[in-house]
Write a new protein. Structure first.
Lengths: 490, 476
């Protein structure tokens, strides 16, 4: 029979494993990360899925865990991911973790060659016999092996050292079945960031989360509020972070968390290949994650100096390490933004930013005096002077309304947001001009998505124009693997 | 070979159901036109199948379609689609079909409320034992969200009235399993256009296909070639229709078939709502692709678009942008040109680069305010949200008449140009100072009939690389 331990409850971040630029484990960054999360958490997990255990050698997994144990120094429990594809390797690593002083092993269901239920059961039984407290780990999205409740129940109740089950499936009916079968006997942890509050309210003992690297304090508040029965507060926090965690869960979580930490000023490198920037964690996810971290107060403001027209204007913007300190050339800056889905409601914005008395401003005046009416151009904002240029010929009244009402509304929201957050400085608005090329697909329908996608795409385009992104490094890193959607036949 | 129904072999097109615009009424005249068009090439007809939008048809309408088909079929067998989610309704449809003169009923696995094996067996058993009409079982997991389990089919195959099974799954391992277990008792027909040839070679008796009304003669030729063991020729034919077949199977279904027929002069009207004639499952880009594929097959005549690769002296090629030849030199602008590829895949890139504060900066901004119909300038990207630097505009010189043609420019040509620019930057051909200080405008000339995206990408990459080398030659 498994058992419950007093310490296994609350919020446990599934720590990312930082890498240096040369690809080695970055010990200093790892220690820094642990120091960052420690005040807010009940324990930590090393070498979990978010820790990229499947991309680490056995030696690296040991080293990472050693660093973690050393840095934590007994202040909170350390749960170590020791699951491997085979029973043989899992046993080796779990024995090692026991001897190294881990508090528990988190063991994923063996993956790739999909074992049957009884093979899974016997795998865990062998691990259980090592004697280290054991947390069974269900993550069918990655493992392709789903515990059924009868497997989980059997393992939790038949084995001696099981202290908990971590379920990352996000499958609430499954979680409820676990509560029905084994609650009270072992701890049940939720591992799916999108349903943390629901799971805790339903009776989960804690959460092991990728996003707890980024927002450990918020998750601790959700946990504490739930303990006190303050459900409304817990719900409110869950909803505030829902967009952020949806990105983390669904878009290459390790890379998303790492780029989020980088935006917050904690450089932990990128994920190991094949996980890479701009892939599952898409460029537009990056921008959205950034905005969400800003809204939650996780990215601070820094001064940005504009030198334009002989003036020097200092503004404050939400800055990432990619944000420059000085923008001195406002002749012609180019930014591009992309947001979707759905397909027909995608927004793709080409944006030019410059001074009214430069190429951008002059082009606007010439266009308005010349072909503005004929080509459907519209002046949609005065400060900064903003010209909308439709890039797909408008053919139907529906398309016209979607473009001039909804897409334009989205673009203007983005402009106002950029003024508020300092990227378009108030003191420069009378001198600035924008040309925004936008389109609405002839088959588009969903008005609200068109507005929101154009808002997101325009916000990205403005920031990228100011910040000079993408960087050359990004272009060089991704040129070979870039996937242009129109390059291939249906 | 099963001998329950000797006629159940060869090609049976799954006819679309024509509707009148606005009223969405069944267009009987169009239906007759369609049948007359396909009849010489087919072994029989299928009414109100999935392609025929059967879930949107009333019982009366389905019966009427069978009557018309029987009238027009000139003695060829008519298979009546009698699909329904309830057994009661399927029974009623099958009774109607028998009365209207159908040769068999095609019964899809019950959908929406999905029964388990017993319920499935009961459904087909009840119909097969109470209607005086042969039954063809119909497996289409793409719509039903479940397969007909082979053990259930095994039992049903013993019923005298069950003569065949149409498998639209496209899953050949399932098809082969059926042939293994019931192939000696009932005829297996394949209903997935993409795998028709391998299925025929594997031993199925015939084809029930959406594209059987678009290129029936090609399917007949494939059937004949397989029978004669001339597989090489059969493969060549299947490959010639692979893309269209894929579109019909996976990118638009009956709606795409209607679009193809309309292009061929057989207007079958719109689908019934909520399906859209275009802009739903069939997107505009795919519709344009259908046209070019039909041109390739000779089903419709290609539209001739006059065009020429620019041949004036290089400095004169940018006059349309408002850049006079003498300005090129006096403003210190760089120009370069490259050409690569043969025939339809030949691409020419003429580009001009220069400082943002020069005339070119003005031209660049102006171009983005001036959408030329069919020749919209686009910012060059490796992929969405990955803009190349220096900022580059791509401008087609030949007006794009449809989205398919536009795709050739904005897809392969653009991404090749993007890659060439980033490569030129990385090797230092384009100086780092240009990244923030300059802009590029590239004019791309692509043959309007170009079809091969991969070849086009390679030509465009080579042409762009040459053009960049010439333009930035002074830097190295």
């Amino acid at each position: 029979m498994g058992y419950k331990v007093e310490w296994f409850k609350g919020i446990f971040p599934a720590l990312v494993t930082p890498f240096t630029r040369s690809g080695a484990v970055d010990e200093q960054a790892y220690r820094q990360l642990i120091r960052f999360v420690l005040p807010h958490v009940n324990g930590v997990v090393s070498c979990g899925t978010t820790g990229e255990f499947s991309s680490l050698t056995l030696d690296e997994r040991k080293r990472v865990t050693e660093i973690c144990l050393d840095e934590v120094a007994g202040r909170v429990p350390v749960v170590v991911g020791t699951g491997c594809k085979s029973t043989r390797e899992t046993l080796i690593l779990t024995r090692w973790a026991r001897d190294a002083g881990a508090d528990a092993a988190l063991v994923v269901a063996p993956y790739f060659l999909k074992p049957t239920f009884n093979e899974v059961y016997d795998h865990f039984r062998a691990v259980d016999e090592i004697g280290l407290p054991l947390v069974l780990y269900n993550i069918p999205q990655c493992a392709g092996t789903h515990f059924r409740w009868w497997t989980a129940e059997g393992m939790a109740l038949d084995f001696e050292h099981v202290i908990g089950i971590k379920d990352s499936s996000g499958d609430l009916p499954f979680l409820e079945a676990l509560f029905e079968k084994v609650r009270g006997h072992v701890a049940i942890f939720v591992g799916h960031d999108e349903i943390v509050q629901a799971a805790l309210a339903a009776g989960a003992d804690g959460a092991i989360l990728a996003s707890a690297n980024l927002i450990p304090d918020i998750w601790q508040q959700v946990y504490q509020a739930t303990l006190k029965g303050e459900l409304a507060i817990a719900q409110e926090w869950q909803q505030k972070v829902q967009k952020l965690v949806r990105i983390v869960v669904n878009c290459s979580s390790t890379q998303a968390v790492k780029e989020g930490l980088r935006m917050m000023g904690l450089e932990v490198g990128d994920s190991r290949h094949p996980i890479m920037p701009g892939d599952g964690f898409r460029r537009e996810d990056y921008e959205e994650l950034r905005v969400q971290l800003e809204l939650l107060g996780k990215i601070g403001k820094a001064p940005l100096v504009y030198e334009a027209g002989g003036r020097r204007i200092v503004t404050e913007v939400f800055a990432t390490p990619q944000t420059p300190c000085v923008v001195s050339d406002l002749t012609l800056r180019v930014g591009e933004g992309f947001a979707g889905p759905p397909f027909h409601e995608l927004a793709h914005v080409d944006l030019l930013l410059g001074l009214k008395d430069g190429p951008v401003g002059r082009a606007i005046e010439r266009a308005l005096a010349g072909w503005g009416e004929e080509r459907g151009l519209r002046l949609i904002n005065e400060r900064p002077r903003t010209l909308l240029v439709p890039t797909v010929t408008v053919r139907t009244p529906k398309q016209r309304a979607l473009l001039y009402e909804y897409a334009v509304a989205g673009i203007n929201i983005a402009i106002q947001a950029s003024i508020a957050d300092g990227f378009l400085p108030e003191a420069l608005l009378d001198q600035l001009a924008l040309i925004v090329n936008a389109f609405v697909h002839p088959a588009a329908s969903i008005a609200r998505r068109i507005m929101l996608n154009n808002y997101k795409a325009t916000l990205q385009a403005i920031r990228k124009a100011i910040e000079g992104r993408p960087t050359l490094e990004e272009l060089f890193n991704e040129k070979v693997c870039a996937r242009h959607p129109f390059r291939y036949a249906p | 070979m099963p001998a329950k129904a000797a006629w159940l072999q060869g090609l049976f097109p799954a006819l679309v159901t024509p509707f009148v615009f606005e009223t969405e009424e069944v267009d009987e005249d169009a239906y007759r036109r369609l049948i007359r068009h396909v009849l010489p090439h087919v072994n029989g007809l299928v009414t109100s199948g999935t392609t025929g939008e059967f879930p949107y048809l009333t019982r009366q309408e389905q019966r009427r379609l069978v009557e018309i088909a029987v009238e027009e079929a000139d003695g060829k067998p008519v298979i009546a689609g009698c699909g329904a989610s309830s057994t009661q309704e399927a029974l009623a449809l099958a009774h109607d079909a028998a009365a209207a003169g159908a040769s068999a009923a095609l019964i899809v696995a019950p959908f929406f409320l999905r029964p388990s094996d017993k319920g499935l067996h009961q459904h087909f058993y009840e119909i097969a034992t109470s209607v005086d009409l042969p039954i063809i079982l119909y497996n289409i997991p793409q719509m039903v969200d479940a397969y007909l389990p082979r053990p259930v089919v095994e039992d049903l195959a013993d019923l005298p009235n069950v003569i065949g099974l149409k498998d639209s799954s496209g899953d050949l391992s399932y098809t082969m399993e059926l042939l293994e277990y019931v192939g000696d008792r009932i005829d297996i027909l394949v209903g997935h256009d993409e795998v028709a040839l391998p299925a025929l070679a594997g031993g199925v008796s015939g084809l029930i296909l959406a594209s059987g009304q678009v290129y029936p003669e090609i399917w007949q030729a494939i059937i004949r070639l397989v029978r004669e063991g001339r597989l090489e020729e059969a493969r060549a034919l299947q490959r010639s229709i692979q893309k269209l077949s894929r579109i019909f199977c996976r990118h638009g279904g009956g709606v795409a078939v209607k679009a193809a027929l309309r292009m061929m002069g057989l207007d079958m009207g719109p689908p019934r709502r909520p399906l859209k004639a275009v802009g739903g499952a069939l997107i505009h880009e795919t519709q344009a692709e259908i046209r070019l594929e039909l041109e390739k097959l000779g089903k419709i005549a290609p539209v001739d678009i006059p065009f020429a690769y620019p041949s004036a002296p290089l400095t004169e090629r940018f006059q349309e942008l408002g850049i006079a030849p003498e300005t090129v030199a006096s403003s210190g602008l760089r120009v370069g040109s490259g050409t690569a590829g043969e025939g339809l895949n030949r691409v020419q890139i003429d580009l001009i680069a220069g400082g943002k504060s020069t005339l070119l900066g003005e031209v660049y901004a102006l171009q983005l305010t001036y959408p030329l119909r069919g020749r919209e300038a686009l910012t060059t990207i490796l992929e969405p949200a990955l803009t190349v630097r220096p900022a580059t505009l791509l401008l087609p010189t030949v007006p794009q008449r449809n989205l398919r043609q536009a795709n050739m420019i904005y897809g392969p040509t653009q991404s090749a140009l993007a890659r060439a620019i980033v490569d030129a930057l990385e090797i230092g051909r384009i100086p780092t100072s240009a990244v923030d200080g300059e802009v590029i405008i590239a004019l791309a000339t692509v043959h309007p009939q170009a079809l091969d995206r991969h070849a086009l990408y390679r030509s465009a990459y080579a042409a762009a690389t040459q053009a960049l080398a010439q333009a930035f030659a002074a830097e190295t």
